[in-house]
Design a protein around this ligand. Structure first.
Ligand code: SF4
Ligand code: SF4
Length: 291
């Protein structure tokens, strides 16, 4: 079962929740934590584990072959991302904007845009007890997160069986990277804060997961700051509030020291325990629905 931890914006506690939940579950059974926030992965700051495997990750981008090109302009017309342009007697390819869709390459009548491999990032796989931790990181200057997220998920599918609990620490926001990260999730947990900003971003995130047709629930972090707008919204929309994590000085101190919270903060242990039960409930329902 795959559970994506997502939020409408950064800084709401997504990584804190992902690392604590995965480590808590791994106390009793195998669990996989995948950091898909590939532009700024930081789950690894809280996971102490042994590095088992690392590899470079590549994407394919077209390379122009001037000698065979007839300058028909077809490639520019078919690229939806403005990543290839005809400029006078030249075809320019902008690798940062290319999504590696192969359209220009396949539709070039003279085969003048063969796809070539280009390094986009690195993947590392760690293990500590029952916890497998996978982390991918884009190289500096690489702007396309989606291909690396996709390949990281493919790596997980190829190396781990589906019956394990997999926690996906998604990128923040509601754009393409988060959609790619949550596409295969069986459940999405949206984490937010009880403030007007938190509510605004939660509404956007709810809209996104509803459009994707995913089951989802809400975790409210730093409960006690702000107002009750988020709780009121969840009630009005009949959204499950799975857990509340209080605003607590001990949490801030433990987090700043780079430590997991649930071993020393009872309220966090209580929250991750509730979330694990909720995951179980959804898992049971999914099994019943597929019978
Ligand atoms: S589609 Fe092929 S032949 Fe036409 S301009 Fe592009 S590279 Fe040249
Ligand atoms: S591979 Fe796709 S995204 Fe990249 S330049 Fe060609 S058409 Fe554009």
């Amino acid at each position: 079962m795959k559970i994506a931890i997502a939020s409408g914006k950064g800084g709401t506690g997504k990584t804190t929740l992902s690392t604590n939940l995965a480590s808590y579950i791994a106390e009793n059974r195998e669990c996989i934590l995948v950091d898909l926030d590939v532009e700024e992965p930081n789950s690894g700051l809280f996971i102490k584990a042994e590095l088992l495997h690392e590899e470079d990750m590549f994407k394919k981008i077209p390379e122009w072959n001037e000698s065979t090109c007839e300058l028909c302009g077809n490639c520019q017309t078919v690229c939806s991302f403005n990543a290839v342009m005809k400029m006078g007697k030249m075809i320019m390819v902008f690798p940062e904007m290319c999504h590696g869709c192969f359209a220009c390459s396949e539709l070039c009548p003279t085969g003048s845009l063969p796809m070539k491999s280009k390094k986009m990032g690195e993947l590392k796989s760690y293990k500590s007890g029952n916890l497998n931790f996978i982390e991918s990181r884009l190289i500096i200057g690489e702007e396309q997160a989606v291909p690396l997220i996709k390949q990281t998920l493919d790596y997980v599918d190829a190396n781990f069986s589906e019956d394990r609990i997999t926690i996906l620490d998604s990128p923040p926001g509601t754009s393409c990277p988060v959609i790619e990260a949550t596409r295969d999730a069986d459940l999405v947990i949206l984490i937010t804060e009880p403030t007007p900003f938190g509510l605004h971003d939660l509404k956007l995130a709810v809209e996104t997961v509803r459009q994707m047709g995913k089951p989802f629930g809400v975790v409210i972090n730093r409960n006690g700051i702000g107002n009750d707008g988020v709780e009121q919204y969840c009630r009005e929309e009949s959204l499950d509030i799975i857990a509340l994590i209080p605003n607590d000085r001990l949490i801030a101190e433990t987090y700043s020291a780079g430590n997991l919270l649930y071993p020393t903060v009872p309220s966090v242990k209580n929250a991750v325990s509730h979330i694990e039960s909720y995951i179980e409930k959804i898992n049971e329902k999914m099994k019943r629905d597929t019978v």
